[in-house]
Ligand binder design. Structure first.
Ligand SMILES: C[S@@+](CC[C@H](N)C(=O)[O-])C[C@H]1O[C@@H](n2cnc3c(N)ncnc32)[C@H](O)[C@@H]1O
Length: 268
């Protein structure tokens, strides 16, 4: 059993993805996607960015390790009447079956950052991008005060320590680390640029209801609650998360929470 795959097939990430659609569309609008462009969306989930890329006319392949999310993506594409997008299972650490220099644009928004073996991930993204193409990653930033970094920080305090040799996905949010990974894949530092960007999570209920979505459907938070329950600490974890979500909510009538991420652009 692959623990990386099991984590993302747990629960139902589409419940959280539903709160991120507006930001996914806005991000794609900033990418300059043109009809006929060949785009790989890596760690695509159910297509928060992949579907808008196809709607902009690109020829899109969505690759994700979770079979339930691949199925959800293909369903959403069909419902949207899109013929120019296909979702398939694959691992960002080893893109078996994808040819060298295939894509004009490789996009990975909070996706490839969660794959193990980050140096292999950088190498694979570079390998499948054509010369003159681009890679755009969105990566959460360790210790950032905004929502996602804080959820991960709080959750990890209630979870068992990771196995030896585990490399934190959050290191993809550290510029020096990212540059080193792409340098090892043959990309000079001058070809890698960084910017801060924002995704906004919009949920129709109150902040505590949004915490429940994470508790019931987001693998990482589900695991943290499982561990906290065993230690009699689930109430503390719930309280910490509700406090966090309430503090960061900018809506008076529902839940709207911005979160900062590192946007990485690589010219190949
Ligand atoms: C936070 S979700 C983001 C999904 C999507 N990009 C979005 O913005 O909604 C992380 C995604 O990365 C996928 N993922 C995790 N590890 C992966 C790997 N090794 N290879 C490919 N996808 C992976 C998960 O299955 C999940 O769909």
């Amino acid at each position: 059993m692959n623990p990386n795959k099991a984590l993302w097939e747990k629960g139902d990430f589409t419940r959280l993805a539903n709160t991120m659609r507006g930001s996914g569309e806005a991000l794609v609008a900033s990418l300059g996607v043109k009809p006929g462009m060949k785009v790989l969306d890596l760690g695509c989930g159910d297509g928060t960015t992949a579907i808008p890329e196809a709607q902009a006319g690109a020829d899109v392949l969505g690759v994700d390790i979770a079979s339930n999310l691949v199925a959800a993506g293909n369903r959403r594409a069909q419902e949207a009447g899109l013929q120019n997008i296909r979702f398939q299972e694959g691992d960002a650490s080893g893109l078996t079956g994808l040819q060298d220099k295939t894509f004009d644009l490789v996009v990975s928004i909070f996706g490839a950052m969660f794959a193990p073996k980050p140096f292999d991930v950088a190498k694979e993204m570079v390998r499948v991008t054509r010369a003159g193409g681009r890679i755009v990653m969105g990566n959460w930033i360790p210790n950032d005060p905004t929502l996602v970094a804080q959820i991960l920080k709080i959750s990890s305090a209630y979870s068992p320590p990771p196995p030896e040799g585990f490399v934190s996905p959050m290191l993809w949010g550290v510029e020096k680390e990212v540059a080193a990974r792409f340098a090892a894949a043959g990309i000079p530092a001058a070809s890698v640029s960084f910017a801060r960007d924002t995704f906004v999570f919009n949920y129709s209920g109150p902040p505590a209801g949004f915490v429940d979505e994470f508790r019931n459907y987001y693998g990482l938070t589900m695991n943290a609650f499982d561990a906290a329950e065993k230690n009699g600490k689930a109430v503390d974890l719930q309280r910490e998360l509700v406090d966090l979500f309430t503090r960061q909510n900018t809506s008076k009538t529902a839940t709207s929470i911005p979160a900062t991420f590192l946007r990485v652009t690589v010219a190949v």
